[in-house]
Ligand binder design. Structure first.
Ligand SMILES: Nc1ncnc2c1ncn2[C@@H]1O[C@H](COP(=O)(O)OP(=O)(O)OP(=O)(O)O)[C@@H](O)[C@H]1O
Ligand SMILES: [Mg+2]
Length: 584
């Protein structure tokens, strides 16, 4: 022990419990530092200190580790390496690039390898924006490069203050090893800097969230919308469509950057996501991958690296936000992270609160969700980070601890329903349980361009709500116990579900709806409802009206392509004149 104590960075393994390793003999005991364990130098992080013992969460399999093996503490936290070149990349939870699908199928990097996240042969053309003698403020920009289609500012790392420029690189091509700017105080900076993944990046101020986050998914955007900088969870039992919905959001959301964190998914599922993404392009024909960063921790990768994956994803998201871009971080599934926390807590023999989860889980969730928001950046630009997480409660039971912990901190709740999924109503978003705290705010934001948005939305939501109550009566007394107008509520609710709320993610046209198309569809539905009511007042039956040829035709309103939105104007005119005949 004596000889070890001389080197305050080195200790020895005293106990191993799955992915948790206990080590003693260190002089310095600090939390959240990265250690290397045993002969393979496998990577781990200090998650707790118990008296003189470091409790280490290993990021890699500990099968080769023995009691008495050396443990080397780097005394540094886990940093993400940030700079141009992340877009279009797939990395694991330790930011090691995964070049091919083979990496996913199990042919992993050798244990203990810390690969440089950046390809040093990768060069970017730097455009200086400052001159010698200029003062750059904290987090200030001193030039830019082009990364894919984005102008990617090169900034000073946060928290390091500013400086006076002594030397600046000329316009030209540089890589990760080149210095780009030098200050009079001797400090030098290049394209890249490191940032501790658990620490939110510094901003000037948090701002109100007030712009809609458009996903292209009608039931979300129109009925349960969230704001840019908001948070939401997609919670649902096995096979209810969480992954398909998150992928749809990743593909179609109107934001600049998507960070997709895939945790605990099967390798082949991830592989299919990737090959699909590789083929897709955005509206301007750019590959979808060009705005996407993927962090992968498949189910056969160590559980402990799930936590680093999600924090890494958030940190990369914050980095692109700091450049002034609107970012969405999507996690699938957050339950896998919670399970990892539970497993480690269990190995530490901590007192569980509910279903084995530790008491600090809700607080950890809260702090993590707090990293989303709309911000005034250090550069005075405004940018948002939206966070959406899939949660997989056992048996679709939303009272379970992970869903409940998330519900305390999230602004949106998209509840996926097993019955709906079984009857192939997709996305299986349950309108009775889902909610959004941003609903009113988004209606106000859309008011200018879409004046009737708010009132139509509430009218249609009311129909869905009334249907729920009437269904009770129908169950007890049958449909015939209802008035004709009540029957119409049921028929209209069904019509809204079939023509608007259902959306096929695998259909070329249906998979994405612009907000303009959604508004036209909402208006059409609203006029149908008015027409139905006016016909019933004339004495017709609800069934009769819904079976009318014109209305049957309108049951296909979702099939209209974005290039032919005038079609809705024709229908709106047709319906308006039908109503006018009734109510001149
Ligand atoms: N919007 C949709 N359009 C058409 N089909 C869908 C849609 N959403 C889900 N599905 C169908 O449901 C199946 C299961 O979806 P998905 O894999 O997303 O479920 P999940 O909730 O992620 O499951 P797991 O619990 O295994 O993670 C899909 O393979 C697809 O057939
Ligand atoms: Mg899934």
């Amino acid at each position: 022990m004596k000889s070890i104590a001389k080197n305050n960075h080195v200790g020895k393994v005293s106990r191993i419990s799955g992915s948790v390793v206990f080590a003693t003999g260190f002089e310095i005991l600090a939390k959240n530092t990265i250690v290397r364990i045993g002969r393979d130098q496998i990577l781990g992080e200090v998650v707790q200190i118990l008296d003189d013992t470091l409790v280490i969460q290993s990021y890699e399999e500990t099968d080769g580790v023995r009691v008495g093996d050396f443990v080397h503490n780097t005394n540094e936290p886990y940093y993400a390496t940030l700079g141009p070149g992340l877009l279009g990349k797939m990395v694991d939870g330790l930011q090691r690039p995964m070049e091919s699908l083979a990496d996913l199928q199990g042919a992993f990097l050798k244990k203990g390898t810390l690969v440089d996240p950046f390809d040093h042969s990768l060069e970017f053309e730097f455009h200086p924006l400052v001159n010698i003698g200029d003062k750059i403020p904290e987090s200030g920009e001193f030039g830019y490069v082009m990364e894919k289609k984005f102008k990617h500012p090169i900034m000073l790392p946060p928290l390091l203050g500013g400086g006076k420029v002594k030397w600046i690189a000329e316009k030209g091509w540089y890589n990760a090893d080149d210095r780009i700017v030098e200050f009079e105080d001797g400090r030098k900076f290049g394209f890249y800097h490191k940032w501790e993944i658990r620490k939110p990046r510094k901003v000037k101020a948090r701002m109100r969230v007030d712009k809609p986050f458009i996903t292209g998914q009608r039931v979300l955007d129109s009925f349960f919308p969230i704001a840019k900088g908001g948070t939401s969870i997609v919670s649902g039992g096995f096979g209810t469509g969480k992954t398909v919905l998150e992928q749809a959001i990743a593909k179609h959301s109107r934001v600049d950057i998507i960070v997709l964190v895939l945790i605990g998914e099967r390798g082949n599922e991830v592989a299919s996501v990737l090959s699909e993404f590789a083929e897709l392009t955005d509206e301007d024909g750019n590959p979808l991958m060009d705005r996407t960063v993927i962090i992968v921790n498949t189910s056969n990768m160590p559980v402990a690296a799930r936590e680093s994956s999600i924090f890494l994803g958030m940190t990369i998201g914050e980095y692109y936000r700091d450049l002034g871009l609107d970012v969405a971080v999507l996690a699938d599934s957050m339950s896998r992270w919670a399970e990892a926390v539970r497993e480690i807590s269990g190995r530490l023999e901590e007192m569980p609160v509910e279903e084995g989860y530790p008491s600090y889980m809700p607080k950890n969730f809260g702090e993590f969700f707090e990293r989303a928001g709309n911000f005034l950046l250090m550069t005075e630009k405004e940018a948002s980070l939206t966070f959406i997480a899939a949660i997989s409660p056992q048996g679709g039971d939303f009272t379970e601890p992970v869903t409940q912990a998330a519900l305390r901190v999230t602004g949106g709740f998209w509840a996926l329903n097993t019955e709906l999924a079984r009857s192939r109503h997709f996305p299986s978003v349950d309108w009775r349980q889902s909610y959004s705290l941003y609903g009113e705010l988004i209606s106000t934001a859309l008011q200018n361009e879409y004046p009737k948005w708010g009132s139509i939305r509430s009218d249609l939501l009311l129909i869905l709500k009334q249907e729920e109550e009437l269904e009770q009566n129908v169950r007890l007394l049958g449909r015939d116990s209802l008035s004709e107008e009540q029957k119409a509520v049921l028929d209209m609710a069904r019509f809204i579900k079939l023509t608007f709320m259902q959306q096929d993610s695998f259909d070329e046209i249906d998979q994405d709806s612009s907000i303009g198309k959604q508004y036209l569809m909402l208006q059409t539905l609203h006029l149908i409802w008015k027409y139905v009511l006016s016909e019933i007042r004339k004495g017709r039956t609800s069934r009769g009206v819904f079976e009318e040829k014109d209305i049957v035709t309108l049951s296909r309103i979702r099939e209209v392509p974005e290039t032919n939105l005038v079609k809705y104007d024709e229908w709106i005119t047709m319906l308006t004149s039908k109503i006018e005949v009734n109510e001149p």
